[in-house]
Each structure stands twice: as structure tokens, then as C-alpha cells.
Design a protein around this ligand. Structure first.
Ligand code: ZN
Length: 135
């Protein structure tokens, strides 16, 4: 079951210059910064009420974020839904005809198991499913 919007992912060319802008915009400080080596991203999280903003900077040129920034100037990148059981949700969504980028969940930032759906099957929207790691 999809429970809520957990965060919105925003691609930025440079985290150092982006942080003060988003901290001023939201009136709150970054509470976590984390590198996800497997995704080639450096992330920073800010709280927005019950949701979050995840800022994403590429750590290498093969990163999905680097490719996104080559096509776009930056800005909105993906929406992340919190789910109660990510394995069940992937099975449900695949049976509904959605194309999965990750057939099995992987380890993501902010203590989450994550998986992405392919934007081809969601009218161009990149969708992340995430579930809090329990241990
Ligand atoms: Zn995300």
C-alpha cells in the first residue's frame, strides 16, 4: 500500500550552492547529508512538514543525476512514495503493467529500501518507492 509522499527529489548541479537557497526557501536546516555510492549521488535532506526535500548532486558523470542535468538545468527529478511493504508493492505494480527499474529493492539514502519505476510507464514521471529499514 502506498502511504504518503515521503519526499520529492530535486537535482542540483552543486550541493554547496543549493543548500543555502533551499534552507532559506524552507526556513529549515539540512538534517542529513549522505553519499549513495551505488547511485553516484550525494544527497541532502530538509524537512517540509511531514514530507522531505531530497537534494541530489552527481558524484560522477555516469550518475543518473549527471545525465539528467545534461538534459535539464536541474529542478524536479522524482517523487518518492512511502510504502508499507516494498516487495508486495513491486509485485502489485508490475502486475498493473508498470515497468520496474529495480525488480528487487536496493539500499538507498536516509535508511530506506528503495526501488524506482520506469518513467515510460508513468507518463514521464520518475517514481521511487521507499520503505524504512527496520533494522
Ligand atoms: Zn529519492
Amino acid at each position: 500500500m502506498i502511504k504518503r509522499i515521503e519526499h520529492l527529489g530535486i537535482a542540483v548541479d552543486n550541493l554547496e550552492s543549493a543548500l543555502p537557497i533551499f534552507e532559506a526557501l524552507l526556513g529549515s536546516k539540512v538534517y542529513k547529508e549522505e553519499i549513495v555510492v551505488s547511485e553516484g549521488v550525494r544527497t541532502a535532506f530538509l524537512k517540509v512538514g511531514e514530507s522531505k526535500i531530497e537534494l541530489l548532486e552527481a558524484t560522477n558523470k555516469d550518475s543518473a543525476i549527471a545525465k539528467f542535468l545534461a538534459k535539464n538545468k536541474g529542478g524536479f527529478h522524482h517523487i518518492a512514495f512511502e510504502v508499507d511493504n516494498i516487495n508486495e508493492e513491486l509485485i502489485r505494480l508490475e502486475s498493473e503493467g508498470f515497468q520496474l527499474i529495480h525488480a528487487t529493492p536496493k539500499s538507498g539514502a536516509d535508511n530506506k529500501r528503495i526501488a524506482f519505476l520506469h518513467p515510460k510507464s508513468t507518463k514521464g514521471l520518475l517514481v521511487e518507492l521507499c520503505q524504512e529499514k527496520t533494522s
